[in-house]
Design a protein. Structure first.
Length: 489
């Protein structure tokens, strides 16, 4: 059993949140590649429109200046326009590469940010010292709050008092007691609703209508312990709507029956697949279980009654406060019944992500190089075909006085131009899309494409285009005029 669940629901050693992240990562990767291909095809008209506009500008410059380099650039643009199929193939390949790598970079950048320790105003996590997943008695949370608010020196206490402390309990339920499936499950964080906007990463920066709606939902959850807010994706999967009541059955809390009032939705892209509930409702059900003779013949406490707190979060003003509080947490006179530990949020998240180190290593050192290699071959193939089709054109250019180096620059320039435009368009779309959809996984902040990716993506597109076109460009440079015209005659 894991978290009270049959092992077939989760791989050995995983808790529900880890399993959820695994599904997101693998599903996201497949969706990214398919989506990137579709976006690349959809942006082809815009690409050729931009190409045509730049060509007209180059024509004007060449006409006014009469300089040879300007004329070479014009020929470059015309060559791209005369081979639309090959140009399109090169563009889509480079678009897919740079788009997917932008989003992978966003994930890795966010994980790096989450696991980097802050010097001030940072969060810490309290968990069970030896048990995975962490399970602590509910009384530990109250004792921990008392220590933070009363025993720490005043300058080391949480700045906002009780609002800077929060506990999480992971609750997994199903709406189908007889045949539980993943599409009938509701995964909830049992917490204190009034602290959602101050302690939940990714929600503190909400503004406007989204913030007002979440504030109203938090107030309602404080008044009605059975109220929950649910992510839009989970509502859709369960075919539920705001305003409905849903009955679900505990899976990691067996024999508990939850009746939830769905009062709101989480903001788009925040905590996808997760719901928030009031921890007081969970504690209420655990207390009532002891006296419910219909399910509890012995009158014993629920098996999870003393294990229902999974994480405790605290925001501290500085590192000295963390070190002082950590020493108190390790003192057996405070927490002698169940051993617990305290670590910075960055360290805790890093430990939590250790199960996925192979996935992240593979993304960095297998997936990314493989994609670059494959796309380089695609570019090389497309440009090789283009060069073979244009051998006569290359021969004519040589007759007109073009040197081999000019032919080399012409072919390389065409590839570099496509790589640059593909990188610009893909990174701009990726940056805009993540900024709009605010994609988030579990308790990480919103994933964004960093602004530096707007520079890296065009550079990567040009580098891959250059690597793929070097061989074909060299072959084009070596075209022999006599051989080409001998074949034609």
């Amino acid at each position: 059993m894991m978290y009270g669940l049959p092992t077939e629901f989760f791989p050995t050693g995983y808790d529900p949140s880890l399993f959820l992240l695994s599904g997101y990562l693998l599903g996201l990767l497949a969706a990214l590649i398919i989506g990137a291909i579709l976006l690349g095809l959809l942006t082809l008209p815009a690409f050729f429109l931009v190409l045509f506009g730049i060509e007209q500008l180059a024509n004007v410059v060449a006409h006014l200046s009469g300089a040879f380099p300007a004329k070479l650039v014009v020929i470059m643009f015309r060559g791209l326009r005369r081979s639309p199929l090959r140009t399109s193939l090169t563009y889509v390949a480079l678009f897919v590469l740079t788009f997917v790598l932008c989003l992978i970079y966003a994930v890795l950048h966010m994980i790096n940010t989450a696991t980097t320790e802050k010097e001030a105003n940072f969060k810490a996590i309290v968990t069970h010292k030896t048990l995975i997943p962490s399970q602590m008695p509910p009384g530990y949370y109250e004792e921990f709050k008392r220590i933070c608010l009363e025993e720490l020196p005043p300058d080391m206490r949480p700045v906002n008092g009780d609002l800077d402390l929060m506990s999480w309990s992971f609750v997994l339920t199903t709406t189908d007691k007889i045949n539980p499936r993943r599409d009938t499950m509701i995964f909830l964080f049992a917490l204190e609703p009034n602290k959602v906007l101050t302690m939940m990463d990714g929600l503190e920066d909400l503004t406007g209508e989204e913030r007002r709606q979440l504030e109203a939902a938090a107030d309602e959850m404080m008044r009605n312990p059975q109220a929950i807010v649910m992510s839009k994706s989970r509502l859709k999967m369960l075919n539920l709507r705001v305003g409905q009541r849903v009955k679900s059955y505990g899976m990691n809390y067996p024999n508990l029956v939850f009746e939830f009032d769905i009062i709101g939705e989480l903001p788009e892209g925040r905590y996808e697949g997760v719901s928030f509930m009031n921890r007081s409702y969970l504690l209420q059900l655990l207390d009532s279980y002891r006296n419910d003779r219909s399910v509890n013949k012995t009158g014993e406490p629920h098996p999870m009654a003393e294990k229902c707190v999974n994480l405790i979060w605290v925001r501290l003003p500085n590192k000295a406060a963390f070190e002082r509080l950590s020493a108190m947490v390790n003192d057996p006179k405070y927490f002698g019944k169940v051993p617990i530990k305290m670590e910075t949020a960055s360290s805790g998240i890093g430990t939590w992500l250790a199960a996925f180190k192979d996935i992240f290593w593979g993304m960095k050192y297998i997936l990314v190089p493989s994609m670059i290699g494959i796309m380089s071959l695609v570019v090389a193939n497309a440009i090789s075909i283009s060069v073979r089709e244009r051998r006569t054109e290359m021969a004519v250019l040589k007759v007109l006085g073009f040197q081999p180096r000019h032919i080399l620059v012409l072919v390389l320039g065409e590839a570099l131009l496509v790589g640059f435009l593909a990188g610009i368009m893909s990174s701009s779309l990726a940056w805009g899309m993540l900024g709009s959809f605010k994609f988030q996984i579990i308790f990480f902040g919103s994933f964004i494409v960093p602004l530096q990716a707007l520079l890296y993506a065009p550079a990567l597109g040009m580098a891959v285009a250059c690597a793929g076109s070097l061989g074909p460009a060299w072959n084009a440079r070596s075209v022999k005029v006599a051989e080409v015209f001998a074949r034609i005659s």
